[in-house]
Ligand binder design. Structure first.
Ligand code: ADP
Length: 300
């Protein structure tokens, strides 16, 4: 159900009337509607949430093709640092290599942040995916969930994918003008796509918590709060260490698809300082990987 302004008004009206008549028990439909309201996202409450983080660049959409597309256009037109595009529903969300990311209405978080790099951050932009992944993973840990980062851009809960990240660049000649960091997070159960649409099992925060998840606004605040904090440390070893600590499959034998039919097999050791993945192959040699899809080696 879409819960717009009029519906909110009617529900509050119903609740007040019931209370004015001395009701100690409120009707189930009113309670359901109130729950829907607190689960819903709206521009007003998002603005309030973001103002606590001193973020004032916001574009909110009930439905959008891709928040990254909107943020890329906005960044190219001069969006300030940390501007955010967020949508209740994303109909054409993208992953890497033109894979699809699904965000059905009312259930997940789909947003894109514009990052304008300072001179200090410029040499470390390849760490941006780690910054984003760590922010999501840490927010999940804050809820008592054990999150792992499947290098480079997925967050796993209980071995299943609960969030994905897509980073795109706005160029100014040969220089990076800005980066757009798209994040998709499965919050409520309804955000998990049907298995036949997926190559890898998926889950949501709510499924893993086994109780009602905090609202999407609260999760957004927690992720952005971690993001702003970790960004201050982006040029330090601390970021690489924290990111490495959260990596999935460390010390395990993995297979990394590196494009086409090529793949590399080895023990997942950790990260290089630029965020590349380091494996040890069967000949005991260190192998550095900059792009790929990691999976546990069958039988490992
Ligand atoms: P990866 O690069 O890790 O393959 P992407 O981050 O590019 O993944 O996201 C695209 C993939 O994620 C799709 O191929 C699809 O299988 C899967 N996917 C799409 N939507 C969701 C979702 N809401 N939750 C979990 N997985 C999803």
């Amino acid at each position: 159900m879409h819960f717009g302004g009029e519906a909110i008004y009617l529900t509050i009206q119903r609740l007040l009337t019931a209370l004015a008549h001395g009701a100690s028990v409120v009707g189930k439909s009113t309670l359901l509607a109130m729950t829907e309201y607190f689960k819903s996202m709206n521009e007003h409450s998002l603005k309030k949430t973001l103002s606590k983080l001193n973020i004032d660049g916001l574009r909110y959409f009930d439905s959008i093709g891709s928040t990254n597309d909107e943020a890329l256009a906005w960044a190219a037109a001069g969006a300030p640092d940390l501007s955010i595009v967020i949508a209740d529903e994303q109909t054409n969300g993208r992953g890497r290599l033109d894979r699809k990311w699904f965000t059905p209405k009312g259930s997940g978080l789909a947003f894109s942040l514009v990052l304008r790099p300072t001179a200090t951050l410029r040499p470390h932009l390849s760490r941006t995916v780690g910054l984003a992944a760590l922010s999501i993973a840490e927010s999940c840990s804050g809820l008592g969930l054990s999150a792992r980062i499947k290098w480079p851009n997925d967050i796993l809960l209980n071995g299943k994918k609960a969030a994905g990240i897509l980073i795109e660049t706005v160029w100014s000649g040969d220089d990076v003008d800005s980066l757009v960091i798209g994040m998709g997070i499965n919050v409520h159960k309804e955000s998990v796509p049907p298995a036949e649409l997926l190559q890898f099992p998926a889950t949501s925060l709510e499924d893993e918590l086994e109780k009602e998840a905090p609202s999407r606004g609260e999760i957004l605040f927690s992720v952005l709060n971690a993001f702003v904090r970790w960004r201050e440390l982006m040029a330090t070893d601390e970021l690489i260490h924290a990111w490495e600590e959260m990596l999935a499959f460390r010390g395990r034998q993995v297979q990394v698809q590196t494009g086409g039919d090529s793949s590399i097999i080895g023990e997942l050791l950790g990260l290089e300082s630029d965020g590349s993945l380091r494996l040890r192959d069967a000949n005991d040699k260190s192998v550095i990987i900059r792009f790929g899809d990691v999976s546990l080696r069958p039988g490992a």
